[in-house]
Every structure is written in C-alpha cells, then in structure tokens.
Ligand binder design. Structure first.
Ligand code: EPZ
Length: 423
C-alpha cells in the first residue's frame, strides 16, 4: 500500500508527454489472441492494468515479452481456452471481459467468471452476451461463470440498446472471425473503438465504419500477426489539461490527438481557460493556460464525442472553486459520485440529487487526508490536492496506478510538490 503526500497551491508549468491509451491497449492486447501468430504492440502505457492483463494471458498459455522501448511481443499460440478466466483474474481487471469475444472468435470456446460491479455502478454484460448469442454462440451463466461455445460463428445484425464501448469492441472481436457480415448498430464511437478496429484491420480483418454508429465487419478465417502502436490516451491528456487549469498553470500537453479532446477543450474555454492547439512538426500538442478565477460551467456526460464520463470526476474537482454554481449530470454510470464526500472534506460545497451534482464554487480548498474509491476518483483527488491550500494525503493510490503512468514523475516535472510514500 502507498499514498501520495501533496503540498498544494503550486502552479503547474512546463511540458507533459501523454502515453498510450489504456482503454485502447487493453482490448488490443486481448485482440492479439485472434491471430495465429506473434504480434508486436508499441506505445503501451506503463500501468498496472496492462501488467495484470498480460499476467492473465500468460496464465492461459500465451508468451509475453515486454521490451525496454515500451512495447511488447505477444505470441498467443500457447493459449488453452479451457484454462478458464477465473474470478480473481476478472475481479482484478474488469477489462478481461474482452476475452469473451477474443477466445470465442479464436477457439469457439470460453469460460469467464462474471465480473462483479464496481464503485461506479453495476456494470452489466447483457449486451456483450446478446452480441455473442446473435453470432450463434451458446452462452450459459451459472454460479457466477459465463460459458460460451460455438462450432461456428455466423455474422448477424446486432442493435445495441445502450451505447456500450465494451459490447461494441467485444462483438467486433468475435465477428472478425465469424463467417459473413456483422453489422453493429448504435455502436460506440470512442477513439479506442477506432483503434481496435484499425489493429484488427492490420491483422487482415475487414472492418468498416468504426467511429460511426454503424460498424460493418466481414469475418475472416484467419488473422495474421502485425506490429501496431497504440493511440495517445485521451483521458490522461484531459486529466492533465484539467490539472493545469485547476492550478492556474501554463502547461503544454504533448503527443495528443486534438480532435479526441474537443469536448474537454470546449468546456475549459467556456470556463475561462485559454486552450491553444498546435504542432511542433513532430507531435500535436495542446497548451492550457489559466490565470484568472474560472467560471462555473454545466457538464453532461454522454458517449463520444460528448463530454467523457471518465473526466467528470476530475472536472468536478476543478469546478469546486469556480465562480458560481456548476450542474454536473452523470448519464453513463449510476454511481460515479463517490469522490464527492472526499472533496467536501476539503471544503467543497456539493449537493447530490440522483445523477446530478450541484457544485457551488468556494474560494479555496484545504488539504486533508482523502481516499480514492476508483481510478478517476483518484485523479480527481490528486487535482483537488494540487489546488488545495496546505498538505493532503491521497490514499488508495493503487487505483490510480492502474491507469496513470509515471504520475509522480510527470507532475513533479510540472512543478507539483507530490511525493509517493510506501505505507
Ligand atoms: C469502458 O467501460 C471504459 N473501460 C470505461 O473507463 C468508460 O468509462 C466506459 O467505457 C464509457 O466510456 C474500458 O474501456 C476498460 P460501457 P465499459 O459498456 O465498456 C451500460 C476508466 O476509468 N451497459 O460503455 O464497461 C453500462 O452499465 C473506465 O478508464 C449495459 O447496460 O462501459 C453503462 O451504463 C471506467 N449493458 C453504459 O452501458 C452492457 O452489456 C456504458 O458502459 C454493457 C454496458
């Protein structure tokens, strides 16, 4: 166990380089299982979720070799699908549910412990299962385990009742090796959905329309190994943009794809932050500057290209000291306000009413011992601690280690006074 000690009130200044996208890396590493050959994946984020997923694949028989340049070589040929994905694996990494589509697509068989809910909501998998059944798989659930098998997967038209990133990607994985065409309607359009589709196409799949709400997949008998680099992490980039604004700083966020950040940029500019996009000939960057007290803004989380639910919590931290009342509506997950009590202990003034949080701006937050309940709540608490007057201790940072690489180094390089202390 470890915690961060943060002395707040320092303006963040300088350049931070964004790593590979967690929510693209996890399904892409899993999708490599579909190849009958070795794959090389580059620009991986150095985060615990990637390490946990690779351990799960190794336990199932894959060979995984991390290389010093932040890449990895993965050979899926030793995988035995009958070495089921156990509950301790899935409870340590929810995204292991992508093995449902990958193992079904590659071997026609998968046993997967049903992932539980987590601190942001119930996280059902009904749409994932609806998709597998539509492709012809026999899916049964008993004693907390999902078993799916199919002698042959056949393409089908699948309508997603709710826009679901996980279900969209999982169905793409299985359909990539199904016979005939699959059409996914009401598909998720997140950048990481497009990244997974691009990776599958590099492997020889035929996927069109990723990034729109209708994705067409023509299945292929075989998929080959390839080398692929993960896109920059939209949520990590957005988190640093918000941290820069929240500390009245001046930060260049480098190695980003600006179109992925339009919703965050627009909201920050609406609150009075200066946001400038540019490129230095090598990489795109976004420069965020704030030197006056920010104005309250209203946030509604909706699927991409709307304001991402993963940045709702960091944005709320910033809005705790904006001038006026901000209304934040969390439309995606039913329980994503667990950071509110921690912010209130720092002096924030927030009222909850179902899926709406009303944030009444206060002059200042004050340092306190605070406890993260999930990954993005942890990011929100780090931002609050950076803004606060005095010292904070941010606990349960194992959640933060899952999704933010080299956090202490990146923040210290921007002038933050943050130290990791092993408990
Ligand atoms: C992915 O989760 C991300 N996780 C989440 O990021 C992100 O918040 C979420 O997409 C939304 O963008 C990964 O990519 C590993 P969903 P996922 O299926 O796929 C409902 C982070 O912090 N739903 O798009 O689980 C669901 O309850 C994490 O990086 C069903 O009803 O999210 C939710 O209300 C947190 N039935 C909505 O859809 C289903 O079968 C969106 O969930 C599946 C989902």
């Amino acid at each position: 166990m470890a915690h961060y000690v943060v002395n707040g009130g320092k303006r963040l200044e300088g350049v931070v380089t964004i790593g590979g996208a967690k929510n693209a890396a996890l399904p892409i590493i899993t999708a490599a299982v579909l190849a009958g050959e070795r794959c090389r994946i580059e620009n991986l984020p150095a985060i615990d979720d990637v390490k946990i997923l690779c351990k799960i694949l190794q336990k199932m028989g894959a060979s995984v070799e991390f290389t010093p340049d932040g890449g990895m070589n993965l050979d899926p040929r030793g995988i035995d699908p009958h070495r089921g994905v156990t509950f301790d694996m899935v409870s340590s990494l929810r995204a292991s549910y992508y093995l449902l589509g990958a193992l079904l697509g590659r071997y026609g068989y998968v046993e997967l412990a049903q992932p539980g809910g987590c601190s942001i909501g119930q996280r059902p998998m009904d749409l994932h299962i609806k998709g597998m059944r539509a492709l012809g798989a026999e899916v049964s659930m008993s004693r907390g385990k999902i078993t799916a098998k199919a002698d042959k997967l056949v393409g089908s038209d699948i309508y997603l009742d709710v826009v679901s990133v996980g279900a969209t990607i999982n169905i793409m994985l299985a359909a990539a090796r199904a016979e005939g065409q699959t059409i996914i309607s009401n598909a998720a359009k997140e950048p990481h959905v497009v990244d997974v589709a691009n990776f599958l196409n590099m492997m020889g799949a035929s996927i069109k329309g990723a990034g729109t709400d209708v994705i067409r997949i023509n299945g292929r008998q075989k998929l080959r190994g390839c080398t692929y680099a993960i896109i920059p992490d939209q949520i990590e980039a957005g988190t640093y943009m918000i941290a820069a604004a929240a500390t009245g700083g001046d930060v260049i966020i480098s190695n980003v794809i600006p179109t992925h950040l339009e919703a965050i940029s627009a909201k920050l500019m609406e609150s009075g932050v200066r946001v400038v996009e540019g490129d230095d000939g090598k990489e795109f960057f976004i420069r965020v500057t704030a030197d006056t007290r920010l104005r309250a803004v209203n946030i509604r989380t909706i699927p991409y290209p709307g304001f991402p639910t993963d940045l709702q919590q960091p944005m709320m931290a910033l809005l705790t000291t904006a001038k006026g009342n901000s209304f934040i509506v969390e439309n995606i997950f039913e329980d994503r306000f667990n950071h509110v009590a921690e912010l209130e202990r720092m002096g924030a003034n927030i009222k909850l009413n179902g899926r709406t949080a009303i944030v009444e701006g206060v002059e200042q937050l004050y340092g306190a011992p605070i406890y993260a309940s999930d990954l993005r709540a942890g990011a929100a608490l780090i931002i609050a601690a950076l803004m606060a007057d005095g010292e904070s201790e941010v606990h349960n940072i194992r959640y933060i280690d899952r999704g933010y690489e080299h956090l202490q180094e990146k923040l210290r390089a921007l002038g933050a006074d943050i130290v990791r202390v092993e408990d």
